[in-house]
Ligand binder design. Structure first.
Ligand SMILES: [Fe+2]
Ligand SMILES: [Fe+2]
Length: 372
């Protein structure tokens, strides 16, 4: 079977074709081509970093009551309290949001990157704050939690980074998707240097994120016990597709992992790491990115999955802007309506019917907020 091309690969192919076309043109034709190209980009729903589109917000209430809900908090990136209190205030705000949900969610998914540099005091601080949640917490690991001591302390606090559980007829899997091939031993990097290199996402000295052969073997065995009609929800820190390699918005073995998920009728992947509204669908797999409580990352310059409901550049004068938390409503068919609770803005709901129809149905209505 032919593998789908990554967004990044398509971008480079289009760009190469564009430059190839340019060679044969005089200046007037070039201007026409440039205009035409912008039109194509707009028609495809892709945007350049200078032309953000309207973001869409939640419209009517859900047509049918969800089977159950769970909330999420992700990418808190805590430093020691003395170094940075802003991110501490942000995670506290998220905990308060979730505790005020009525009814309470069945559980809360923490999406990874609890700490900034994997330090014990950062992880301890996060663990202590998350204890304030009323609902039970499911933990996922991020690269910022892992690469100082290769997950030793995180695992002591929270247990194995890869596990599965069944809840009300849905099979849930939490993956450790930020493994990297050993780039440190041969280069003699200290644990602190290793952590800093991975924390700098565009630092080319590191390897790329992957679930890795052992993780994939574990996943294969875990899924072998599950009926193919059972709804499947997978949590991963990095997106389980190839979005943008240079920033490690990427899972190197995404194609192999997707192949393991493909036999299932309804699959949803919920990921952290990208700190932005992000929606994608590849075959039967729906992908949703989670918001960060700490900061929003810009969208990758090479283009976006076309289903993405885009958020605007955050207001630099508001520490909370572009950040938030959210909720997943599990529907009868096992797919999710994904609610982005953007702080101080209208929430955005991306419905399963929207992703399943490739954007033809239930497109979220444009917001009236002028900055979007
Ligand atoms: Fe993060
Ligand atoms: Fe991350």
């Amino acid at each position: 079977m032919k593998m789908p091309k990554s967004i990044e690969t398509k971008h480079y192919e289009e760009r190469a074709a564009f430059y190839e076309g340019l060679k044969r043109l005089d200046r007037r034709s070039f201007m026409r081509l440039a205009g035409l190209s912008a039109g194509i980009v707009a028609a495809k729903g892709l945007v350049t970093p200078h032309s953000f589109q309207l973001v869409e917000v939640a419209g009517a209430a859900p047509a049918s009551k969800p089977k159950f809900t769970f909330a999420y908090i992700s990418d808190t990136h805590l430093y020691k309290k003395e170094l940075n209190d802003r991110f501490v205030r942000s995670i506290l705000r998220a905990v308060d949001d979730v505790n005020r949900l009525d009814p309470q969610p069945d559980f809360v998914l923490f999406g990874g990157d609890l700490a900034q540099l994997g330090k014990r005091e950062e992880l301890d601080l996060g663990a202590q704050i998350l204890k304030g949640l009323k609902a039970p917490v499911k933990m996922m690991v991020g690269e910022h939690d892992w690469f100082l001591d290769m997950g030793e302390y995180w695992q002591k606090l929270f247990g194995p980074p890869q596990y599965s559980f069944d809840h009300k007829g849905v099979h849930f899997v939490t993956l450790m998707s930020v493994q990297e091939k050993d780039f440190w031993t041969a280069n003699g990097y200290t644990p602190e240097e290793r952590m800093q290199i991975v924390a700098g996402l565009d630092d080319g000295r590191q390897s790329r994120f992957e679930v890795g052969p052992q993780g994939r073997e574990w996943l294969k065995n875990d899924l072998a016990k599950v009926d193919k009609k059972t709804p499947l929800v997978v949590f991963s820190h990095s997106p389980l597709y190839k979005y943008f390699r240079n920033w490690n918005f990427w899972t190197d073995d995404a194609d192999e992992v997707q192949a393991l998920l493909r036999p299932f009728a309804n699959v949803t992947v919920i990921h952290g790491h990208t700190h932005q509204l992000l929606t994608n669908r590849i075959g039967n797999i729906h992908f949703h990115g989670m918001l960060s409580t700490a900061w929003p990352w810009p969208y990758a310059p090479e283009g976006l999955p076309t289903l993405t409901v885009q958020q605007n550049r955050a207001d630099p004068f508001s520490a909370f802007d572009g950040c938030g938390d959210g909720r997943m409503d599990l529907l009868e068919n096992g797919l999710v309506d994904k609610l982005y609770n953007l702080w101080d803005r209208d929430p955005v709901t991306v419905r399963a019917t929207y992703t399943a129809s490739n954007g033809k149905e239930d497109r979220p209505a444009p917001t009236r907020l002028p900055s979007y």
